[in-house]
Every structure is written in C-alpha cells, then in structure tokens.
Design a protein around this ligand. Structure first.
Ligand SMILES: [Zn+2]
Ligand SMILES: [Zn+2]
Length: 213
C-alpha cells in the first residue's frame, strides 16, 4: 500500500458557529479553512490553501520546512474563496479540482475576471491526484464538492473539507447555513461516517471516529 503522510498546515475555524451559540445571520470573525499537506512518493500536495499567499509561504515553511517550489500539486475541494486564498503562492504547481465544480463555477464566473483565470488553470482532478488518493463526490455544501480518501498508518482518512464543517457538525449530522442542498449534505456526512476512521474537516482540527482505526 502506498505510504501517505499528511500534516495539517492551518487548523480552520468558522465565521459563525451555531454549536457555540452564535447566530447564522452574522459573521463573528473572518473564516479560515483547514489546509493539509499530503506527502507520498516524493510528491508534495497541498489541499485547500487557506491563507493569503505571503502568509501561506510562511506557514508552509514553519510547519514543514518546504519552499513553495517544492509543492507539485494544489487540490481544491471546492471553489469557495476561503479554500483557495493562497493558491497564487504556488504558480508552478499543477492546480486541480473536480470537473463538476469547475464546470458549475464557469457558469457563474465572468470571463476575464481573476477568478475565471484561476478556473481556467484548474485541471480536472479525475485525471488523477496521486496513487493511493481517491476522489469522493460529497455534494450538498455545493454540488461539485469532493473529498479525498486515502490510507495512512493503518487508518482510512477522509479529508472531508466542507462536507464536514467541524467535529460538532459531523456528530450532529448537520450542515452549514450556506449549504446548497441540505438533504444531499446529510447523505454525504453519512457516506463519510461509513468509511472513515479519521476525518479532516473543513474548519476544525482532525478527529477520530470512536471504536474504529
Ligand atoms: Zn465552502
Ligand atoms: Zn469552507
């Protein structure tokens, strides 16, 4: 089995968290997503670059000692701004996202805009990310949302991104206020619950699922 190492670069948080008694009607803080580095077979893959480019470079160095040129692939789980803040820190890397999300966003983003330039550079993740890393469709939060699934240290890891906002959202089988299709979002949480030993959520630290692993 392919040996895969993963490290959290930034632990995410939400702009509003109803499990903390906060209202969904206002932002209490700027959001930050959880950003992960996956290392396998000499490859360095960043998933959801969360900080502005300059800070992203600093965080990468602080957490791993790596330089931006050593990142060969950037994966976006979906196209929300907080999940791609730092993508420009990696101009030489291959940028990938699921084709459904690329196509859905191209319908909404106007030609010539900065976002459109990013979309045009993104390649379909279905063409392959790396051996041992599977793409899992987890629609609901947005319809093109995808998670990553891989084995590490004997556990099945689901990098769920916004299919699982935080640990509290997961165990309550709940979805975020901006969810496009709530029923699909709940199904995606259930699908993840069936296979995962460990979950890397979109806006929280990683957590284990009790009794597995
Ligand atoms: Zn999102
Ligand atoms: Zn998010």
């Amino acid at each position: 089995m392919t040996d895969i190492r993963w490290d959290i670069l930034t632990i995410g948080h939400l702009s509003r968290n109803k499990f903390w008694g906060e209202s969904d009607r206002q932002a209490y803080r700027a959001p930050r997503c959880t950003c992960t580095l996956i290392r396998t077979q000499g490859r360095n893959i960043i998933v959801d670059p969360s900080c502005p480019p300059e800070e992203m470079v600093t965080v990468l160095e602080q957490r791993t000692g790596l330089k931006p040129q050593q990142i060969d692939t950037v994966v976006l789980t979906h196209f929300h701004g907080d999940h791609r803040f730092g993508i420009e820190a990696f101009p030489e890397a291959r940028w990938v996202m699921a084709s459904r999300e690329i196509e859905d966003c191209k319908l909404k983003v106007s030609e010539g805009s900065a976002d459109r330039q990013i979309l045009n550079k993104l390649q379909p993740a279905e063409e392959g990310i790396s051996a041992g890393i599977e793409l899992l469709a987890t629609p609901g939060h947005c319809m093109g949302h995808h998670s990553l699934v891989f084995h590490s240290e004997g556990m099945k890891v689901v990098l769920a991104a916004d299919a699982v906002m935080t640990k509290d959202f997961f165990f309550a089988k709940d979805y975020y206020f901006n969810t496009v299709d709530p029923a699909a979002a709940v199904k995606s949480i259930e699908a993840i619950a069936e296979i995962a030993d460990l979950i890397i959520p979109g806006h929280d630290n990683y957590f284990y699922i009790k009794g597995r692993g």
